[in-house]
Write a new protein. Structure first.
Length: 163
């Protein structure tokens, strides 16, 4: 996209912004932005599992001191449905199938009858570094409102080291 006003021009792509101001100056070509988390394969894997329709996502970074061993990265993304309902999805990139089973088992402790996330689904993906996915329907109940896990930390605490 190119925006113009008098002698000022700004070119914007999905990742780069380039500006030109003054008389007769041409528009400089967009330069490649510095690498970001969008370039990181771990973040890309988690984003793919969260899905394009997410309107909000909270990422719990790759710092090894702030996650359990065997876990590379995890995030929680929120989705609004055309029928007015919303769902959230926790996606955790693991380092092995064994690590994925451990993450899935920890998340399933919250899906049993009587638990806040009863009825939520937990799935383990394939490959050498599987992504574990837990999905649940939002509601007006405490801890189940959209984005509530960023405040309560109930599910993130399962995947973070004890403090």
């Amino acid at each position: 996209m190119v925006l113009r006003k008098e002698d000022a021009r700004v070119a914007v792509s999905d990742t780069v912004r380039s500006s030109s101001f003054g008389q007769g100056g041409g528009l400089p070509p967009p330069a490649r932005a510095e690498p970001s988390v969008a370039d990181d394969p771990a973040y890309q894997a988690v984003v793919r599992r969260i899905g394009e329709g997410a309107y909000h996502a909270a990422f719990y970074g790759k710092d090894p001191e702030n996650r359990l061993p065997g876990l590379t990265l995890f995030a929680i993304g929120a989705h609004a449905r055309p029928d007015g309902t919303s769902r959230e999805r926790l996606c955790a990139l693991t380092e092995s199938a064994e690590d994925a089973r451990g993450v899935a088992d920890a998340l399933r402790t919250k899906t049993a009858d009587g638990e806040r996330f009863a009825g939520a689904t937990v799935e383990v993906g394939g490959g050498e570094t599987p992504v574990v996915t837990m999905e649940w329907a939002n509601s007006t109940a405490s801890g189940l409102r959209p984005g509530a896990q960023s405040q309560t930390g109930e599910l993130p605490r399962l995947l973070l080291p004890p403090r």
